[in-house]
Design a protein around this ligand. Sequence first.
Ligand SMILES: *Cc1c(COP(=O)(O)O)cnc(C)c1O
Length: 323
Amino acid sequence: MKQELTLLDVLQAKVKINEYIKNTPLIRAYNLEKLFNGAQIYLKLENLQHTGSFKIRGVANKMLNLSKKELEKGVTAASSGNHAQAVSYMANKIGTNATIVMPENAPKAKIEGTKEHGANVVLCGFTGEERDYKCNELIETYRYSLIHSHMDPYVIAGHSTVVLEAWEQMNFKMDEIIVPCGSGSLASGAAFTMKQLDKSIKVTGVEPASVPLFTNSLKANKPLTVNMGETIADGLRVSKAENINFNLISNNIDSIETVEEDTIKKAVKEIGLKEKITAEPSACVGLAVLFENKIDTSKDRKICIVISGGNIDASLYSEILAI
Ligand SMILES: *Cc1c(COP(=O)(O)O)cnc(C)c1O
């Protein structure tokens, strides 16, 4: 299996997935800007992407690189939510069947979203290990192809297209790009790709303080497994760092920051009320890190924040807006 990532992989992914994804809007956040010190803040709106998150990018690239024979047998994936929806959607688009293993406590919006596109959903346990075990069982029995959510260069290359697109939309003038970091597939691709394109652009990854996976892994200089604390950012609940993501991040990223739960909620609320954007908690850590004054927001700096998804249960959303 392919293990290395090159800029050519990213450029090929961009061409390959083009007809399956939306070139999502990039907006300037004039109202949020007023809260900071004069930096220009741009938001790349992947909450408006098909299935409500950037995940379709990597999944599309992976599935479009499978053989006809593999597609005839079908695909499987283990996911806590957005990856599941993306696999279900793409399987439907290209005419293959998908069986997705999801945790019993996945948000309702994400389970429903997955079923809606036609995939079989198997609910299994609460941890990644339990889901992986079930997935392997399915692969043994049915010879499905695994669409892994982050341990795959095709997936990483597909995810990387979001920062490439944002860079183009900003006319190649960008001082910093901020992305959320869970398993690190988005952050690893973003960091690698931006450093290939323009080394002067700062790339920052953000994770919840309760799951400091890459903060700790970078300190230890090796991929770690950390204790998983509670976080509202369900897309960032990943306790084990994999080699491929760790290597790309440690070789390319400028900084990894953490944010507190209260700031994540504040970011969900502010982006909703000030910019009229429905974003899920995992997608708002990039704004939260500005609220925690961990980013240089000095005058005229051009900062791009990737708003990675918008799938949030109505009950949780109303709770946050009412804080
Ligand atoms: C998957 C996901 C993330 C985290 O991406 P990783 O590649 O796992 O780091 C962030 N936000 C949303 C909305 C996601 O679906």
